[in-house]
Design a protein around this ligand. Sequence first.
Ligand code: FMN
Length: 253
Amino acid sequence: MPELENCSGFTYLQETAYNRETIKSFTRPAIAEVDTFKTYPDAEKIQLPRNWHLTEARITPLLQSRRSLRRFLMEPITMEELAFLLWATQGITAKAGKYSFRTAPSGGALYPVETYFSANLVEDLEPGLYHFDVEHFALNRISAQDSAESVAAACMNQKFMAESAVTFLWTAVYRRCMSKYGNRGMRYILLDSGHICQNLLLAAEAIGCGGCPVAAFYDDEVNALLQIDSDEEAIIYSAAIGKKEKKASRCTL
Ligand SMILES: Cc1cc2nc3c(=O)[nH]c(=O)nc-3n(C[C@H](O)[C@H](O)[C@H](O)COP(=O)(O)O)c2cc1C
């Protein structure tokens, strides 16, 4: 598979992968910090209104209350809720010719991101690792072993990931996008995964769940759990989701 190996987009992802050895020698890069907020001290300032009438839009409370959640109720989510969350990430919503468009946008409608998940606490679903078959809106069970702890361990031992009801794991099938866009395709892959994750977080919010996106993981370990050929497909992003306590958001506008 020499053509991928020669792509800087591909080698970039491989060179920035974490594993238990390389993480030990990780030091902060010698790159000076900058402020979080960009300022234009000399520019004319126009204050935006806050009393907008758009708050009736059903998306508004979801955007307002979404917060990364790392403590979940030990309550299962239902299969219906799981199906809704999966649909929100990558469900097919329209067809046109050879294209099947999905809930999240994708550069060139190439959909290079695959969705897997560790079912930890889902009613009527055995714990284990599953792959989401987008085309048939079905699940492929890829491991019957309880994967809550192994996934959390592979995600740098972030304990909350073992306490989630479900942990989503997104991989990139490089070739799907890079065969068309070359190195630039890697940008699209990463952008696609952001759209997918945000869809999930907002959908979770809509059904009384919460979650946390996670990009700190040992790439090789997650890839091994998913039994994927990391020269062709590799983990890029993940998110832990679970039921949340019913209380007001910590901070409001
Ligand atoms: C790309 C990305 C990677 C992240 N990785 C982790 C992670 O590995 N562990 C974790 O606890 N939170 C992770 N987070 C969550 C951030 O810490 C969180 O989004 C940030 O503190 C802002 O808080 P909020 O999500 O509640 O608005 C990640 C978020 C993003 C967008």
